[in-house]
Design a protein around this ligand. Structure first.
Ligand SMILES: [Zn+2]
Length: 106
């Protein structure tokens, strides 16, 4: 017997899609770091541009990590990547072990 409330396939898919979207956002932000810094370096007054670009990047990083930390698991309702104050961005739920691609399996 499953200890978790039965969730529909649609709910599972919608919830996991949201989690995957936020994980992608983090990757995009990490990948964007180099082009942002290179652009800032080429600007006039590059010292100031680099400081501003870096500050904005860190701010965005904090926002995206917070969004990832707060996203809920569609099966158990707990934070998908969190256990207490520990943030662990792995591919399964911290509480119930629901895999990130559970909706893609048959
Ligand atoms: Zn869960």
């Amino acid at each position: 017997m499953d200890e978790y409330e039965e969730v529909s396939r649609e709910e599972l898919h919608a919830g996991l899609k949201k989690i995957r979207g936020r994980r992608w956002l983090l990757w995009l932000l990490i990948i964007a770091y180099m082009p942002i810094m290179l652009t800032a370096m080429r600007m006039e007054n590059s010292g100031q541009a680099i400081v501003i670009a870096f500050a904005l990047w860190v701010l965005l990083l904090i926002v995206v990590v917070a969004m990832m930390a707060l996203v809920r698991c569609p099966r158990c309702g707990n934070c998908y990547h969190m256990s207490g104050i520990t943030f662990r961005p792995v591919r399964k739920c911290f509480s119930c072990g629901l895999p990130l691609n559970a909706d893609k399996k048959k």
